[in-house]
Write a protein that binds this ligand. Sequence first.
Ligand code: ZN
Length: 173
Amino acid sequence: MKNNQQRMVWALEVCERSRMRPTPIRQKILEFLADRRVPTSLEVVMREGVQGKCSETTAYRTLMLLKELQIIRQVSFPKKTSYFVLNIPGESSHFLVCQSCREVTELPVSESARELDREISASRGYSQIYHDLEFFGICPACQKQPARARCPNAPLSNPLVSKTQTVTNGVKY
Ligand SMILES: [Zn+2]
């Protein structure tokens, strides 16, 4: 498994091979993603990665370009929020996602999961096999919140989702 510095070196090598000029913003975004093993949303990239040094459109376009070059990959979690992670070959990832606060943490990849990658690679003749696996739940901190605040069907920023809707969805707390 690569450390953060090796992950950045790998990313810059792919940029060079793809003849992509590493502008300061591209470099900043790559450095930020190289330091984080968990998928990161555009919002967090903006806030903590580029710290407002470019527009959201520029950051999004940069992410899309890096995705096109397969330097990063997009992980889609529920609620239509896209997350981005460095696409290191052979680096499969398992993530644990809190449906309430959307915190994403990395889980260790079991040997049986790696074995499955090897089996698929051998039987199908594919190289660079990887998989992402997401587990969802409510984190301990959110479990301590009042029931309404941790409703997994209600995005925190969506005022249109009412308590009534929660009841009609049949979710009980
Ligand atoms: Zn949580």
